[in-house]
Design a binder for this molecule. Structure first.
Ligand code: FAD
Ligand code: FO1
Length: 451
């Protein structure tokens, strides 16, 4: 029986295998940080219990689907900080470049690894990587959920159809799971650490990625993430409930890039929001997004294999969209026109420019932006593909369960309910420019993101 504070209770054995006496490998993937990392904590516990050493490896796949220069810049600079932090604690860090399963298999053989602990991701590429590693090495592969406060498979054994049902389950167990992290207590260090990674060589390996320019308005890495979190909870959190849906205000946390790359633990953010001097209304609104909405996205991607296509929509949405499939479209645009922000709609174009220039479109406009793509493309499948392609090309926080759910919610009513019947949308909730004008000062947003 595990107890609170024990990383083991956030882990599950994915592939049985047979453990060997060699070192424990923490295969870092989604949660790219040393502090507040349940998967690393669990791997260190196992290494100490087995009186062996601990290695940390990150398998970098230059062909990672959708990765751009913008994403690689953020990820690689974050890993440089992770390596330095690990070295200070005598924990060896290995950056493997190439096809992840192949590189990890080679690494496990070279270092005679005895078992593998990796972090949790509901996405199919990571699940395929884990299966490949387990099959080829016969080693036990354990996954620990370092991304969610309540381990995804424990929060619910099935796909939840609305935030309401998962919220009830999460709120019932948060007091048990929203706890402080134990300190990292690494086992005895190996006799010598590997030489520092050749980060210039790593940059060369990903130089062929799509040239979306890196962003400069925020710094990657765990230290910058923690500093930003402290600033947010001491200031903007106070008015979060009032300003979070106003794209002309900087009223949200801007934490998503660091959360996506795992430079920051959402659990740390929730722990920081607890005692903050902010009205409960603001704190609850923030936790609703940070905990319920974010963990609902992992739930959807874990239990719905069609998380990134219209096949994943609920039956009522598929039906209504099919009924309206042949409704006339007043405007039709292709991917290049959308990408160049050259539609007839000033607000849509300004939102696209904000995403292109900053790598972060305001959350409220992402809903409007996606829904308009449904309205201005010939089919739902085309709209879904275009929305994800644009999102994952320019959003720093892209290629994430939140993005798959964000698009599926906007186009296919995932976690939403039927609304009044409209052309093209049927009973899928629709949003209009007038609706936006009633919510915030659209001319101010247009002025801020001029062509
Ligand atoms: P805050 O409002 O400060 O929220 C704090 C954290 O809560 C966020 O960092 C995020 O982790 C989580 N969160 C907030 N809103 C949501 C939401 N609606 N669903 C799930 N989690 C949420 N989010 C991504 O991380 N990556 C994406 O690629 C992405 N694509 C989206 C596409 C569409 C079409 C839509 C409608 C939403 C998308 N979102 C995505 C969700 C949301 O818009 C962003 O997480 C949010 O805007 C990030 O800004 P923030 O950190 O300032 O959010
Ligand atoms: N994780 C890895 O383990 N190896 C990679 O090469 C890798 C590249 C990558 C590029 C962009 C990006 O946004 C995320 C990336 N991740 C990588 C993170 C990881 O795959 C995450 O698990 C998912 O993106 C979210 O679940």
């Amino acid at each position: 029986m595990t107890r609170p504070g024990d990383p083991a209770r956030r882990a599950r054995l994915l592939h049985e295998g047979n453990r060997r006496p060699g070192p424990v490998l923490h295969w870092m993937s989604r949660d790219q940080r040393v502090d507040d990392n349940w998967a690393l904590l669990h791997a260190a516990d196992l290494a100490r219990q087995r009186r062996t050493t601990l290695h940390v490896a990150f398998a970098l796949d230059p062909a990672f689907p959708g990765a751009t220069r913008r994403a690689w810049d953020f990820l690689v600079r974050g890993l440089e900080e992770v390596e330095a932090t690990l070295r200070r604690q005598g924990i060896p860090f290995h950056l493997l470049t190439g096809d992840p399963p192949a590189e990890l298999i080679r690494f496990c053989r070279k270092y005679k690894i005895g078992e593998v602990v990796t972090d949790f991701s509901p996405l199919r590429h990571k699940r395929r990587w884990m299966a490949g590693l387990a099959e080829a090495t016969g080693l036990p592969v354990v996954e620990a959920d370092a991304h969610n406060i309540v381990p995804c498979w424990l929060a619910s054994p099935k796909q939840e159809f609305a935030a309401r049902t998962l919220r009830l389950k999460l709120n019932r167990s948060l007091s048990d799971w929203l706890e402080e992290f134990p300190p990292l207590d690494p086992p005895s260090a190996p006799s010598h650490l590997p030489p520092p990674t050749d980060w210039e060589g790593v940059r060369q390996a990903v130089a062929g990625a799509r040239p979306v320019p890196p962003v400069d308005w925020l710094d990657p890495g765990p230290a910058a993430a923690r500093a930003h979190l402290q600033r947010f909870v001491a200031g903007p959190l106070r008015t979060y409930a009032l300003t979070r849906n106003d794209p002309t205000r900087d009223g949200t946390s801007n934490l998503s890039p660091w959360l996506h790359f795992g430079h920051l633990s959402a659990q740390r953010a929730a722990l920081a929001a607890g005692p903050a001097a902010a009205p409960d209304e603001a704190r609850l609104a923030f936790l609703e997004e940070l905990v319920v909405r974010r963990e609902l996205s992992d739930n959807f991607c874990l239990y719905n294999p069609s998380y990134d296509t219209p096949e994943g929509y609920p039956a009522w949405a598929k039906k209504t969209l099919a009924l309206h499939a042949h409704d006339p479209r007043e405007h039709l645009y292709d991917l290049d026109t959308f990408a160049a922000a050259r539609t007839h709609d000033d607000l849509w174009n300004a939102a696209q420019r904000q995403m292109i220039r900053t790598g972060k479109m305001h959350g409220y406009l992402r809903m409007y932006w996606a829904k308009k793509i449904l309205e201005w493309t010939p089919t739902v499948a085309e709209a879904h593909r275009i929305a994800l392609t644009l999102n994952d090309t320019w959003e720093l926080d892209g290629r994430d369960p939140n993005g798959y759910v964000g698009v599926a919610w906007s186009l296919g009513g995932v976690h939403d309910r039927p609304w009044a019947n409209r052309p093209i949308f049927g009973t899928i909730r629709c949003m209009t420019a007038n609706g936006c004008r009633s919510k915030f000062r659209v001319p101010d947003f247009l002025a801020r993101w001029p062509a």
